[in-house]
Design a protein around this ligand. Sequence first.
Ligand SMILES: Cc1cc2nc3c(=O)[nH]c(=O)nc-3n(C[C@H](O)[C@H](O)[C@H](O)COP(=O)(O)OP(=O)(O)OC[C@H]3O[C@@H](n4cnc5c(N)ncnc54)[C@H](O)[C@@H]3O)c2cc1C
Ligand SMILES: Cc1cc2nc3c(=O)[nH]c(=O)nc-3n(C[C@H](O)[C@H](O)[C@H](O)COP(=O)(O)O)c2cc1C
Length: 579
Amino acid sequence: MTVSLAVDVFNDKKWQEIQLLLQTLDARQMTWLSGYLAGQSNKTVETEPPIVNEPEVLVAYGSETGNCEKLARQLEALARAENIKVVVRDLAYIYPRQLSKQSHVLFICSTHGDGDPPESIKNFYASLMDAKAARLPNLRYAVLSLGDSTYEHFCATGKQLDERFASLGGTRLTFRQDCDVDYHGAAKLWMEEVLKLIPRSESVESTTRQHIEQSEKITKSNPLLTTVLSNTRLSSISRTNPVHHIELSIDSKRVSLAPGDAIGVLVRNPDSLVDEVLEAASMKRDEVVTINHRTTRLDMVLAEDCDLTIPSNKFIEMWSQVALSADLTAIANLEHSEKKNFLKTYQVLDIIKKFPAKVDAQRFVDHLRPLQPRLYDVANSINLVEDEVHLTVKKYTYEFQDRVEEGVASAHLVDIKENDQLRIYPYRNSRFHLPEALDVPLILIADSTGIAPYRSFIQELQLGIRTHPCWLIFSEEQYEEDFLYQVELQKAMELGILKRIDTFFYHEQLDSSLGKTVVEQFDLLIDWLKQGAHIYLCGDKQLLTECEIEMTSWLMNSGKHEVSWQSLDSSHRIHRNLY
Ligand SMILES: Cc1cc2nc3c(=O)[nH]c(=O)nc-3n(C[C@H](O)[C@H](O)[C@H](O)COP(=O)(O)OP(=O)(O)OC[C@H]3O[C@@H](n4cnc5c(N)ncnc54)[C@H](O)[C@@H]3O)c2cc1C
Ligand SMILES: Cc1cc2nc3c(=O)[nH]c(=O)nc-3n(C[C@H](O)[C@H](O)[C@H](O)COP(=O)(O)O)c2cc1C
């Protein structure tokens, strides 16, 4: 804030008092104070209310792609049905010391990255692991841990939380349940088990209404069938990983989506892959199998329900038995890291082909991993463009053995045709919503498809209720053909919604980076941050993490102590949506 503005805001006496106080502070104190004040003035919508009235049970979750959050809601419903007083909270908004006021806490948490906690709970995790963390002698707790056994550090975060709470004096209510990708059964058993150990409250709450609401809700297990309105290529035709703009028709009254939210897409394996698997395993496509309480044809189950790329441990064990292969049995008994090396070069089909065998169709299906939905950010504002969902999808390709594989969902989506149908459900990404204040500046940093939510922000601003000055920093391959939504973005500049666009094209600016593009404008960045700007980072995890590191290290070395990255982060002014 400049002196002239300060004079407008404060009377002379108040301003003199502030000046006097500031003169007594050193650089560290100034940095702390700036972060504190920014946090006070820019509370975002996702800031949850404080925990009140000490409920009997706190269900606290840490989630990145929504599974743990969904289980937390499920546990809440089960608890209510048993007359247990319960409240659900995201660990992203809890300080560890608050747990000392809770008697019973049920934690549900996933592991991400390379054995790391979900991005949103990194601050909670760091404070909990800090040597100065408050002791929790009154805490009675239990941990449900979600993970994927194909990762080296299986359920690492759940295990660490469980051990840390015990070392801080907490008492385990029951065993920790580590769940693999087919977590539903194990999670449900754990929930039923743990609820038996919780005291019942006197007051009986009616759960009927809640049940009615939930049965009508569009969810992963009750998805919405949508129709494709159009599919347009946005990037260069010569790319192996083209980016497409896809429009779907929805009834917006049935699905609530705010700018920053995503949708989950229930995907299909390619027919060619299903055919190859059926042939290699000598199974008939019209055999009947049962999955998730549904009895149907084998080819449909292989297309819609089973992961046909990544083999599970139990699949390798089962296949080593039916193939009577000593080699495969030896692999099934390998240590995790060695087994991982094998999986790097063998997908399900590779195993079936290399170790031929015949298997019962039901047994085959029972040993495959469930096919996971994929998330895509919504690229339009439903408030402006009603009854449509727009997506920006990049075809994902990766090298596997001596071939190039295509991502299951993204390859299906970029090839999708008008009038094709797609099953979707809404995914609320409240940490990536617009700020509560309607006019704070926004710094929007995107690589490639990371532009999607910003397109929805810009459309939302066209409604005229919000007046955020916006600055976009965008990276892609080449200027000429890969400047996604270029015409729309220029229009947003003309309308005054975008105040500035900076770009970085990696095939043309070989000596630069996204981080450098931001750092080159650092004085401006500092200026915007001093005005209370929020920073949004969206797109490729590696690229944007590197960009953030470059920004933070520049800030640390710049001597500009008025702005501290840590305080921006803790006051929820940095929003990440990285994948
Ligand atoms: C919140 C969120 C928002 C997102 N928004 C967008 C968006 O707007 N646009 C967009 O394009 N994407 C977005 N994504 C990414 C998207 O969800 C998908 O992850 C992406 O499209 C790739 O999915 P796929 O099915 O095409 O690839 P997959 O088939 O899932 O392949 C992806 C990965 O699986 C690995 N893999 C495959 N087989 C094996 C094996 N046998 N062993 C080990 N590893 C294996 C591959 O190496 C690769 O890393 C978002 C993700 C999240 C979490
Ligand atoms: C990018 C990525 C990295 C992951 N890393 C791990 C890991 O290191 N260890 C593990 O056990 N699970 C890992 N998982 C699996 C998740 O923990 C699992 O999918 C979980 O169900 C996600 O729950 P959530 O949706 O609540 O975040 C990873 C998943 C993704 C998408």
